[in-house]
Write a protein that binds this ligand. Structure first.
Ligand SMILES: *[C@@H]1O[C@H](CO)[C@@H](O)[C@H](O)[C@H]1NC(C)=O
Ligand SMILES: *[C@@H]1O[C@H](CO)[C@@H](O)[C@H](O)[C@H]1NC(C)=O
Ligand SMILES: *[C@@H]1O[C@H](CO)[C@@H](O)[C@H](O)[C@H]1NC(C)=O
Ligand SMILES: *[C@@H]1O[C@H](CO)[C@@H](O)[C@H](O)[C@H]1NC(C)=O
Ligand SMILES: *[C@@H]1O[C@H](CO)[C@@H](O)[C@H](O)[C@H]1NC(C)=O
Ligand SMILES: *[C@@H]1O[C@H](CO)[C@@H](O)[C@H](O)[C@H]1NC(C)=O
Length: 348
């Protein structure tokens, strides 16, 4: 497998990035967006250009990165590395490790309309899963009321905790609403889905809609059988069929507002690598060029042209203290702060 590096679903983690004044500059201004349903959950471990997704007539209109802060192009790097899509922040976990960082983002540049033009915020990432944000419904209710619910009166739309597609997910969300006692009012339900069958996917999304009568954002989905090691996985042809069916369905269903395929990344972290939207031939140089699945998903094939030699133009333009193309891994047990330092290989 050429796209993935990771070794299991539990190793997939929230990624983050942060404005570090000495090292990073603000991404280009954004504005005047036409919102579309497909977005990118990106980049999950590698910092790669997104130009491949940004060709003429691209369908992509937003990205999130499992963190409260957008990816900012390192100083000295070409505009190729500027992220061409509006950012959607996330409060990944429920405890102080996450809420403190989230609140400081809220207090600083988070409310910058140029950085977060859509005024949407995502809630906790897979709180029903050990190894993901792993929050009790009551802790999540409490954190929600403190950090997320108040944003609604400031003009933000806020997505529910994004639970997994197993039974534990729906039960967790039901328990969470109960623990909230009416004090949590997400504007839409975010959910994740991993399995094989397109009909099951559609039934699942319908079920969540019918249960909560709110719009749906599918913030992670891919064709992956998580039954266990050695589980039967889909072929590329089956993945293509799955994408055709579920994307066509979501595009026609009004209550599905956005969806984010997993994934727009080289490191698929245990998810069937055939779901990768990037051309594995570009991995060594991190070109970000798309494969045919990526071209289909994005609706366009942007050109990704890196300077010859090496990875991108890093040799001539790396700012002091910055290294790029370092894996943006946030290893188990690593604190949020250490994770931030690991981003883009920053050492400050
Ligand atoms: C995008 O559109 C412009 C203007 O029509 C054209 O010059 C350019 O070649 C197109 N790019 C691609 C990758 O098709
Ligand atoms: C970022 O936050 C700092 C501190 O609050 C503020 O001075 C600065 O103007 C903000 N920048 C943007 C682009 O909003
Ligand atoms: C915060 O939550 C994360 C994710 O569940 C967990 O790994 C970490 O140990 C928690 N930190 C504290 C201080 O409880
Ligand atoms: C569902 O929500 C809509 C508003 O979004 C409301 O008009 C409708 O009455 C609700 N339906 C049910 C069954 O609660
Ligand atoms: C998932 O993998 C298990 C174990 O190999 C298999 O029994 C099951 O049929 C697979 N699911 C699908 C939908 O192919
Ligand atoms: C994307 O376009 C380039 C030429 O601009 C082409 O070489 C490549 O095959 C295309 N990729 C796909 C997946 O269609």
């Amino acid at each position: 497998m050429t796209c993935p590096i990771g070794s299991g679903r539990a190793s997939r983690r929230g990624m983050t990035s942060l404005v570090v004044a000495s090292c990073l500059v603000l991404a280009s201004q954004v504005g005047g967006y036409h919102w579309t349903k497909p977005g990118l959950a990106w980049p999950n471990s590698y910092y790669v250009p997104m130009a491949g997704f940004d060709g003429n007539n691209t369908l992509i209109s937003s990205y999130y990165n499992w963190s409260p802060s957008p990816v900012i192009t390192p100083k000295g790097y070409s505009s190729l590395y500027a992220v061409p899509f509006p950012f959607i922040p996330m409060l990944w976990g429920c405890n102080a490790t996450y809420t403190d960082a989230f609140q400081s983002a809220v207090d600083s540049n988070f409310s910058n309309a140029a950085l977060t033009p859509d005024r949407v915020v995502l809630g906790f990432n897979e709180p029903d899963i050990t190894g993901q944000s792993d929050c009790s419904p009551s802790d999540a209710a409490s954190a929600w009321k403190t950090y997320l619910e108040p944003l609604r009166s400031k003009g933000y739309r806020v997505g529910s905790p994004a639970v997994s597609s197993g039974m534990s997910g729906k039960e967790w969300l039901e328990d969470w609403f109960e623990a909230c006692g009416g004090g949590c009012n997400p504007d839409f339900i975010a959910l994740h889905w991993y399995d094989i069958d397109a009909g099951d996917f559609i039934d699942h999304v319908k079920d969540y809609y019918q249960t909560w009568n709110k719009s749906i954002w599918v913030t992670e989905f891919a064709v992956q059988n998580f039954t266990g090691t050695g589980a039967t996985q889909a072929t590329l042809s089956q993945i293509n069929q799955f994408m055709d069916v579920v994307v066509a369905w979501m595009d026609t269903v009004e209550y599905v507002e956005r969806y984010f395929w997993f994934g727009a990344m080289y490191d698929m972290q245990g998810v069937n690598p055939l779901n990768c939207l990037l051309d594995s031939a570009g991995e060594a140089k991190r070109t970000g060029a798309l494969n045919s699945l990526g071209v289909k998903y994005a609706g366009s094939n942007g050109s990704v042209t890196l300077a010859s030699g090496g990875r991108g133009n890093q040799a001539s333009s790396a700012a002091a203290g910055c290294r790029d193309f370092v894996r943006l891994v946030w290893p188990a047990g690593m604190s949020f702060a250490l994770g931030i330092l690991g981003i883009l290989g920053l050492v400050i």
